[in-house]
Design a protein around this ligand. Sequence first.
Ligand SMILES: Cc1cc2nc3c(=O)[nH]c(=O)nc-3n(C[C@H](O)[C@H](O)[C@H](O)COP(=O)(O)OP(=O)(O)OC[C@H]3O[C@@H](n4cnc5c(N)ncnc54)[C@H](O)[C@@H]3O)c2cc1C
Length: 396
Amino acid sequence: MMRAEVPVDFDVIIVGGGPAGLAFARSLDGCGLRLAVVERQPLTALAAPADDGREIALTQRSIGILKELAAWRHLNAADMAALREARVLNGGSPFALSFDAGGSDKEGLGKLVPNHRIRHSLFSAVEGQKGLTILAGSSVASLRTDRHYARLTLDDGRPVTGRLLVAADTRMSHVRDQLGIRAEMNRLGRSMMVVRVAHDGDHHGIATEWFDHGQTIALLPLRERCSSFVLTLPSAEMEALAAMEAGALGRAITRRCARRLGEMRVLDRAHVYPLTTTYACHFAATRAALIGDAAVGMHPVTAHGFNLGLLGQATLARLIRDAVERGGDIASASLLRRYEAAHRLATRPLYTATNLIVGLYTDERPAAWVARHMTLRAGARLPFVRRTVSRLLMQH
Ligand SMILES: Cc1cc2nc3c(=O)[nH]c(=O)nc-3n(C[C@H](O)[C@H](O)[C@H](O)COP(=O)(O)OP(=O)(O)OC[C@H]3O[C@@H](n4cnc5c(N)ncnc54)[C@H](O)[C@@H]3O)c2cc1C
């Protein structure tokens, strides 16, 4: 039973007001819990997040969750682009493996929405939420959890107590470290550049993932004749490219894309992300849980990170709501075990498969080239493989 006699400041303390943390706060709306979000950025940055260049490919399931959270209505049609089909190319081969939503599904694979617009929509959804306190401009100096409480000291010395601590503080989670939870961590030595480009050719709403010699390129369709250009290179090579002025960068991108969509012109600032994938060895500890990238930091190539983060926070919120209805403990060991088991099942196969794809498609040895060509051909000949992948793309 919940220890009602123990006074605490909050029922749930969420560290990290990113998309996963805010979605989780919103998922617990209306169940009478006192919530705190501890976020190191100031409130102004949460309310008007800066553009970070990322276009998030949201699956139909994620769109459904954002609608339930009343975040979707804060996005405009101009914020989103339809994702009708995805194609995978291997080197110079003209062969492409295509995935779509099937003839009957008019909704397509999902929508592309800029990450800062998603963050803004979630902030708008939680703004003024009853029982929610946002402790912006703060981070956690130290923490301790025991059978009864989570006790935090913020960096300004303020103590904060709660019944459940939820870490949503990104893939290099400091809270995860402070809880003593280890994580698999793969520093890939590669970086990903994202930049919006205009081009002469039509993208037809098709996303292209091109595993080329020495580079991986994704072209994500935005509004007419505009795309998000996503390039993965060894980090040392990326530095020179990122330092280029817009005109030179546009010409370099046109060459790298082998003029697939004609001349490319850079529309805004390029953003570079060093790539590290992470998977926490546990998603829970005494009176604590991990959500979002703090639990699973996916490689962006399969565009599942936030989609899985949304799914995980929904799973944990559902278990907590059930506990509240039954008058049970919102942070019991059995509840947290159930969350961990469900989220592991939802994420581990995709995490492993994504890392295998990345390994195979960035391996430059001749045997790997043959293997990837055969994999794509096999995928084309086996309709059930395509259907399964399409379903995965749409659901998670
Ligand atoms: C280039 C790129 C493309 C991507 N494309 C896709 C895609 O197409 N589809 C998809 O599903 N996912 C995609 N992702 C992944 C997606 O962006 C992440 O999964 C998602 O942002 C994770 O959200 P989060 O809230 O867990 O973490 P973050 O977005 O990292 O937010 C963490 C928050 O915690 C705060 N914080 C950190 N440390 C502390 C602390 N100690 N104290 C207080 N606050 C703290 C930070 O300020 C931040 O606000 C992409 C990622 C990249 C890099």
